[in-house]
Design a protein around this ligand. Structure first.
Ligand code: SF4
Ligand code: SF4
Length: 218
């Protein structure tokens, strides 16, 4: 069981940019709606290369790897990024989930061994260091079928028919823990990727449960 602090997500109208900025400076994630179909995510500026930063992961979870640190205006010193049209429903859901949480951050107790959600339906890409580590560890076999496959020129771990990673044991421990890919070892507990994996895979909602059909159809 890990006690960790996670960022709370709140929606703001663009008229309340100052309040949104204050919320982000306290560690929350502000979703600022400029129109009903256009939103901007505002978070503390992540440090480059810091793979524990929850603000950065809130953007990675939307498929974004770049953001702008504002120099002027109400968001000066904060990172902002336009939410892609096909991810607006995701930030709406985050804000719906957190609408019952009053503060900008909250402490949570997440137990990875009772969870394992991020080891399901997840595409784990192996980088060069992962490949070298597996070879040096005598497990070059894991770079081939049925454990891995090539996709768009990259090696990715394959999943079982039930969506679980081949290396996820029944007790939710990783069978190749010492050799696991970097993407697995840096995955931060309580990031938006973690919280959404728990919702999708296990229907554990750290806040309001979604209204309507869940999980969303692909
Ligand atoms: S989804 Fe989060 S709590 Fe669950 S195993 Fe992964 S990091 Fe741990
Ligand atoms: S390699 Fe291990 S940590 Fe990574 S997804 Fe598979 S079971 Fe999870």
């Amino acid at each position: 069981m890990a006690r960790v602090v996670r960022s709370v997500v709140r929606r703001f109208s663009a008229r309340f940019a100052a309040a949104a900025a204050a919320f982000a400076r306290e560690g929350g994630h502000a979703v600022v709606w400029e129109t009903e179909g256009k939103a901007r995510l505002v978070v503390r500026a992540p440090k480059r290369g810091d793979f524990t930063d929850l603000g950065a992961w809130s953007m990675y979870d939307l498929g974004l790897e770049r953001w702008t640190v504002r120099k002027t205006g109400p968001f000066a010193g904060l990172a902002t990024v336009k939410v892609p049209d096909d991810a607006l429903h995701i930030v709406r859901r985050r804000a719906e989930r957190d609408s019952i949480h009053p503060e900008a951050t909250r402490e949570v107790d997440f137990d990875c061994l009772a969870c394992g959600a991020c080891c399901r339906d997840n595409e784990v890409v192996l980088d060069e260091d992962d490949v070298a580590k597996l070879r040096a560890g005598g497990r070059a076999d894991l770079l081939k079928k049925p454990w891995s496959k090539r996709k768009n020129g990259r090696i990715v771990l394959t999943l079982k028919d039930n969506g679980r990673c081949h290396h996820l044991r029944r007790d939710n421990k990783c069978r190749i823990y010492e050799l696991r890919p970097a993407a697995c070892s840096v995955f931060p507990v309580a990031s938006e990727c973690c919280v959404s994996a728990r919702e999708y895979e296990l229907e554990i909602f750290d806040g309001l449960a979604p209204e309507g059909e869940w999980p969303w159809p692909d």
